[in-house]
Design a protein around this ligand. Sequence first.
Ligand code: DGJ
Length: 727
Amino acid sequence: MPIYFYPEKRIFKLDTADSSYIFKIFQENYLVHLYYGKKIPDTNLTKFHDRCVNASFSARNANWGEAGPSVDVMPMEYATNGCGDMRITGLQVRNADGNASTDIRYISHNIYSGKPKLPGLPALYANTDDECTTLEIKAFDKVTGLEATLFYTVFEKYSAMTRSVAVKNTSKKAMEVEKIMSFTLDLPTCDYDLYTLWGRHNYERTTEIRRLAHGIQGVTSRRGSSSHNQNPFMALLREGASEDYGDAYGFNLVYSSNHRCEIEVDFNGSSRVIMGIDDSDFGWHLTPGETFYSPEAVLVYSSEGLGGMSRTFHKLYNTNLVRGEWKNKKRPLLINNWEGTHMNFDDDKLLDIAKWAADIGIEMLVMDDGWFGKRNDDKCALGDWIVNEEKLKGGLGHLIERVKALGLKFGIWYEPEMISPDSDLYRAHPDWCIHVPGRETSLGRTQYVIDMTREDVRDYLFNIMCDVLGNNDIDYIKWDFNRNISEAGSALLPPERQKEFFHRFILGTYDLMDRIVKRFPHLLFENCSGGGGRYDPGMMYYSPQIWCSDNTDSIGRLDIQFGSSLCYPASVQGAHVSASRRTNYNTKKDVAMWGSFGYELDPAKISEEDKAVIRTQIAGYHKYYDLIHNGDLYRLIPTWADPYKAAWQFVSEDKTQAMVTVVRKHHVRDDSLFVRLKGLDPDTYYRCEENDEVYSGALLMYAGMNLTFAINRGDGQSLALHFEAIE
Ligand code: DGJ
C-alpha cells in the first residue's frame, strides 16, 4: 500500500512513484502538514511545522501558553476559519449560534484499496481496486457537532492524488456551510512561479506566468461555468525548475461551475494553496444528519518539470477520468457543418457535404445548431427540441438513412441548458427559466438559461432528447452551452437555499448528462461551451471529447492548444481544419492533428486543389492516430517561450515512433530554427520519413535538428516530421 500510518509518530505518509506527501496528528489533535514533494524514504520531519520563533499578534491555543505554536503560522493540513488561522482557509461553517468559527480535530482514519464515489459529482475512478489507495480522515468540531471527512486517493503509478472533503451535521440544528474548499496545502516557501490559464471566447486557456508575491493571487469563476476566462487549474514551478527539470506541482478542480483557485503568501513567506467551489455566491443549508460533498481536486507532483507534470495529467485523465465506449475506441474523423453553413442549411445541403466528405474518406457528418423548432437564427427556439421538417424534408430519419448509405456516421447538436424567450417551451413554462422575482432577466445571445436545479425540467429535457436520440440512428452528440448565468435564482428553492443555486445547477447538468450517457452508451459525446468555456475535468468525465475553441485559425490556436496541454490530454481536444484565414491547408492540418481531428467547412467553397491536399491528410490522420491519442507529449518550443515559432512532439510509449511539428508563426528574417527532440531512446536509431535519413536518438535529443531551411519561409508555415525506430 502506498499509504502508511506510523502510530508512534502519529504520521501519515502517502507515497507515489515520484512523490511523498506527509502530515501528522499534532498536539490537541490538530492535523499539521509536513511535506509534499519529491519522494523521500523517511519521516524524520518532526520540526517541519515550526515556522517561526514568535508570531507576534497571532492567537494561540490557550493550552499552549505564550511561547507555544500558533495555528496562524503552522502548516495546517486542512485550514479552517475563525479560530486563530488568519490566512485564506478551506472551511467556514456558520453554526446555529450565528458565528462562523470552525475548528475540526482528528478523530480516526481508515486506509483501503480503491476509491469511493462522490455522490452526484464527476470524479476520477479506479479501473481496478489495486490501482489506487484511499485514506479517509475523520475530524470533528466538538462545539458545533460538525463532522468532516478528508478524502485522499493516491494513484501511485502516476504520482498523482485526489482530495475532497465531506461535512456532516451531527447536531440537532441546521448549520450554514459558507465555504468548503476541496483541499488546502501549505508549502513552506514562496520561491515559485505560478502558471494559470486565462482567456476569453475564441482565446481560451492561454498560459500566464507570474512570480508568487505576498498576498493572495489566483483565478476564479463566478459565471456559472468553469469559464473561458479562468480555467480551474494552477501549477507551481519551483525556482530553477523548467519544462524538463525540477519541482512542478499541478492542481486541477474536477468541477464545471464557479471555482476559486488561490495561493496566499503570508508574512512568513510560506504559501497556502486552496482550490474549490467559489464561496462568494455559495452556501449550503446543512440540516441535521445531512452531508455535503465538495468536488474533488487533482494534485500532481513531478520532478521532471512542467512537461513531466503535464504528461502525468494526460495519462491519468486518459486512464482514470475519461469513460465509456469511446475511451479507447478510435474516434471517427468528422465534418461539422457549422463554420460552413451556420443555420442556413437543409437536408440537400447536408447531403452535399456528406457526399463530398464520404468521397475523401471522412467518417461522420455532424449536424450543428439549426435543425429544430423555428431555429433559423440564434434568436429563438432553444428548448423546442423537435425536428424542423421544413428544413429536413422527410424528417431526420430520412436524412440519416441517406447519410448512412454513404457510409458515414451521424451526429447532432444540442444546447439543453438554454431556453429562448421566443420558444414554445418558454411560452408554456416561463417559470422554467432562471430568474429572480421582480427583476428583469438579462439576455445573453438572446437566450435565457433553463433551471437545471429542477427535476421536472430535467425530466422534460431527458424525455424530449430521448425522442430524437432514441428513435434515430445517431452516433454522436455535441452538447453546447452559450452564455453565463445571471440573476441566479430558482422558482422552487426556498429563500434559505437560494445560495445553493449555482452548485445545484451544475449537479442538475451532471445528472442529465449522466442519464443521457447511461441511456445511450454508444453515443460519442463532445462537450462544448461556445468553444472551450467548460473545458474542465468535470465535463471530461461525461464527454471524452471537448470542442477546444471556436477559434479555428491555426496561429491563434497555438496559444490555446499549448495552454490546454498543461493538464488536458490531446485525446480530449476537439480540433478541426476550417477555411479560416491566414494559413494554408498543410498548417491547418498540422495544428489540428494535435487533438481529436476533424473538418469544419463548406465543401462548395473548397477548390479541387485543396480537396486533393485534404484527401492526403486523412491517411496521415489514420496513420498517426494512436501516436497522438496515446503518446507522450513534449513541448519543444512552447508559445510562452518564443513569440515567433512553436514546436511540439509526440512519442509513443515504447519510444519507437515520434512526430515533431514546427510552426513558424511569424516569419522573422535571420531567425534560425533549431529543435532538440525529447523523450527518445538515445541508443535507438530512427529513420525520418520525410528525408529518409537515419539518426540516433542521442543525436536528435542532444544535438537536435537545424530546420531553418527545411521549413518554408513566411508567416504560418509548418513542418511535420515523423520518426520510426529501425531494428
Ligand atoms: C458555439 C459552438 O462553439 C459552435 O461550434 C457552434 O456549435 C455554435 N455554438 C452553434 O450555435
